[in-house]
Design a protein around this ligand. Structure first.
Ligand code: TQI
Ligand code: ZN
Ligand code: ZN
Length: 167
């Protein structure tokens, strides 16, 4: 079953058209992975996600960081922690720059044993950004573990029921 953060924080009804921006320049392929991940949640809620006109005013800030990057949650190199995102309305989504991120193409044919599918992680972390905690339903987007080398990007009924309680 789905869960929420303590106190069930969510984005307020006055701000359901959320904007996002990146700490650094990303390739168009990378940017489209994040937009696709946002679109999956937008499809089942009243939320919208649009690139921000300026970084400073963005609701959601996304970037790649290494090791200790100043928020008390250090990254740990290849595998282990892949990414983290904070509960609403912090809007911070950080990815471990040390991972062998698969941006496009088929992770199941990757020859890199430590490959991690960027879109799968993005869909999961956006769930956290929007207020979902972990789910006990194996195979759901918000299940806390994923098998290495797999892709998991489709919301399940459990993810949809959870997010629709919030939005
Ligand atoms: N990062 C953890 C996660 O996002 C960080 C974390 C642990 C966390 N407990 C939390 C974040 C509670 C919010 C609330 O779950 S991770 C997966 C999965 C990670 C793991 O790097 O371990 C995915 C990131 F589910 F596949 F194991 C993304 Cl998809
Ligand atoms: Zn961080
Ligand atoms: Zn998680």
């Amino acid at each position: 079953h789905y869960s929420f953060f303590p106190g069930q924080p969510s984005w307020p009804a006055s701000n359901r058209d959320l904007t996002y921006a990146f700490y650094e320049n990303l390739t168009d392929d990378e940017k489209s992975v994040f937009q696709r991940a946002f679109d999956r949640w937008a499809a089942v809620t009243t939320l919208t996600f649009t690139p921000a006109s300026s970084f400073a005013t963005a609701d959601i800030k996304i970037g790649f960081f290494s090791g200790d990057h100043g928020d008390g949650e250090s990254f740990d190199g290849v595998l282990g922690t892949l990414a983290h995102a904070f509960a609403p309305t912090a809007g911070l989504f950080h990815l471990d720059a040390a991972e062998n991120w698969v941006v496009s193409g088929d992770i199941s044919t990757s020859t890199v044993s430590t490959a991690v599918d960027l879109e799968s992680v993005a869909v999961h972390e956006i769930g956290h950004l929007l207020g979902l905690g972990h789910s006990s339903v194996a195979g759901s987007i918000m299940y806390p573990t994923i098998s290495a080398g797999t892709r998991r990007t489709e919301l399940t009924n459990d993810d949809i029921q959870g997010i629709q309680k919030l939005y």
